[in-house]
Design a protein around this ligand. Structure first.
Ligand SMILES: [Zn+2]
Length: 134
């Protein structure tokens, strides 16, 4: 019964009108079918290559970021900061992994108690530790 039905369609590859025997037919001929299939495969390949390129770029950036973050640890600064009793604003920022400006703002809001050593602002380690006590 299904072989008797006639469905007017347009070929998905060449756009030509044709009469399909089944609802799933999408091409006017086998040639169009295989050509379109090859085209789709080619597009797929191009997309895959593009995706790979994007991924490799993204991965590089992530690795760069990680190596930047690891820098203080590698150079030993991080360990030294942990042992220090008093920190500069910059050192406190490195220790908690925040920006200098975040630390400055917290000082202005009195969230971090600071001391003065001459003209320099110093932050006792205990002030940093207190941040994490509830
Ligand atoms: Zn066709």
């Amino acid at each position: 019964m299904s072989s008797n039905i006639k469905i007017p369609k347009f070929c998905q590859y060449c756009g030509q009108a044709f009469v399909a025997q089944t609802t799933t037919t999408r091409y006017c001929s086998k040639t169009c079918n295989s050509r379109h299939y090859k085209q789709l495969k080619r597009d797929e390949k191009v997309r895959a290559t593009l995706k790979e390129q994007i991924n490799s770029v993204t991965n590089t950036n992530v690795q760069d970021l990680q190596s930047l973050q690891n820098l203080p640890i590698k150079s030993g600064n991080f360990i030294n900061l942990r042992d220090k009793e008093f920190l500069s604003v910059q050192e406190a920022a490195i220790l908690v992994g925040a920006s200098r400006w975040t630390i400055q703002r917290m000082i202005q809001r009195d969230e971090i108690k600071t001391g003065k050593l001459g003209r320099r602002t110093i932050i006792p380690r205990t002030a940093i530790d207190n941040l994490f006590k509830s």
